[in-house]
Design a protein around this ligand. Structure first.
Ligand code: FAD
Ligand code: NAP
Length: 341
């Protein structure tokens, strides 16, 4: 029998800062304790949420069934030679802490992903990305518990089916795998990725022409701190909507009416529209609706000013979706997962 904690307050474990109670909660740090807990979950048919840092979730007031957090720790170098280093990290490690540790170790590739909240175990779920880099760029493989077979499995990059903010864990087989350890393929040679204008401009503005890894890491942290709300101060779940990818003809239709449209060429004959720009143009930036609202420095981020609830936030999200659809004919999809559905 696992020692579940009952009626646990998860207010401090979701970045929106909602008052949420879990019927049962357990932190696991060994496969044996995970197996025992899952046996009970299955025997009792409890709904199950695997919770990381709670920064990509919109949680309702009460979570029936079970909530499990994976607490595996540790950063280990498995291979280190001239061409690459393979590093294995526990799913329970904090993502930003891990990126900082790699910097100290002189291993490169993930600098542009600094300051993304949450745990390492959740990072492959939506193939986290920022400033032109995504997790898949440095991903080697992972170890996960497969609830279907009851076995620990190793999944390669191909098996994870990474896409734009997507993976097998998010869309194809949600709930099947519990990620335990993740391995990254890194390099001791730093090659900056400055494909995002904002990052390049920031570095130029502070007089850095040939940035090293520390410069890029620091710049990403500073830009993010200036544009995004810190969850411990203002509750939020990062970007609330995905950037819609539309066919070229639709892009031209919108661009004709709105020449300042912010968009980037995407896969063949498609464009990625900046969802934040659409929401801003629809007049929502800085809007407040009771305790929730739209962040005044980045319209893609919905915030909880304190005391807000999931219902209030989802009502606001629906109003935004309707108004963007009405104005631009574009449908916005939510990025964070609402739980329970
Ligand atoms: P959670 O929110 O706890 O969980 C997310 C999903 O992963 C859930 O479905 C959960 O069940 C599942 N999950 C968690 N752990 C495991 C596990 N061990 N095994 C299997 N499934 C698991 N995202 C980006 O991509 N880029 C950004 O730049 C970015 N910036 C952000 C900035 C802010 C201020 C905030 C609040 C969020 C941002 N995000 C960003 C979103 C979020 O931080 C990431 O998606 C992050 O990886 C979520 O990690 P988490 O541990 O908080 O996951
Ligand atoms: P930004 O730099 O103001 O850019 C606005 C949007 O334009 C972004 O969503 C980005 O798409 C896209 N973009 C900018 N330059 C691009 C380029 N050269 N090529 C292709 N697309 C480009 O964005 P921001 O809000 O300050 O965020 C900065 C980065 O952090 C972005 O990559 C963003 O995804 C990431 N971020 C993500 C979250 C989240 O919760 N998912 C939260 C905060 C920040 P992409 O989003 O596809 O990169």
């Amino acid at each position: 029998m696992s020692s579940w904690n009952s009626d646990v307050d998860l207010s401090g474990k979701n970045s929106l800062g909602f008052k949420v109670t879990a019927e049962r909660y357990l932190q696991v740090d060994s496969i044996e304790s995970l197996r025992i807990a899952l046996y009970e979950v299955e025997q009792n048919n409890w709904p199950l949420l695997i919770l990381g840092g709670g920064s990509n979730l919109v949680l309702k007031d009460y979570l029936p069934g079970a909530v499990i957090s994976v607490a595996t720790q540790g950063v280990h170098v498995l291979v280190d030679n001239e061409s690459e280093a393979i590093v294995e990290v526990g799913a329970g490690e904090n993502w930003h802490g891990f990126v900082g540790q790699l910097l100290q170790m002189g291993l490169h590739g993930l600098e542009n992903l600094a300051l993304i909240p949450g745990n390492v175990g959740a990072a492959p779920v939506q193939n986290i990305g920022a400033y032109g880099v995504e997790l898949a760029d440095c991903f080697h493989s992972l170890t996960a518990y497969d609830r279907k077979s009851g076995e620990l499995v190793q999944l390669s990059k191909e098996q994870c089916q990474f896409g734009y903010r997507d993976s097998i864990f998010k869309s194809k087989e949600p709930g099947r795998y519990i990620i335990w350890q993740v391995r990254f393929s890194l390099s001791s040679v730093f090659q900056p990725n400055l494909s995002y204008k904002g990052l390049q401009e920031y570095l130029s503005s502070i007089g850095v022409r040939e940035p090293n890894a520390h410069d890029v890491y620091k710049a990403v942290c500073e830009i993010r701190q200036s544009k995004l709300p810190t969850p411990s101060e203002i509750g939020n779940a990062g970007s609330f909507f995905e950037n819609p990818v539309v066919p070229e003809a639709e892009y031209h239709r919108i661009k004709q009416d709105y020449p300042s449209l912010v968009a980037y060429p995407d896969r063949e004959s498609h464009y990625k529209l900046a969802a934040g720009w659409l929401i801003d143009q629809a007049g929502w930036k800085g809007h407040c609706s009771g305790s929730v609202g739209v962040y005044d420095k980045q319209a893609l981020v919905l915030v909880n000013h304190g005391g807000g609830s999931c219902t209030e936030l989802l009502d606001l999200a629906k109003e935004i979706q309707d108004s963007v659809l009405d104005k631009f004919g574009v449908s916005l999809q939510m990025e964070p997962r609402v739980y329970p559905v």
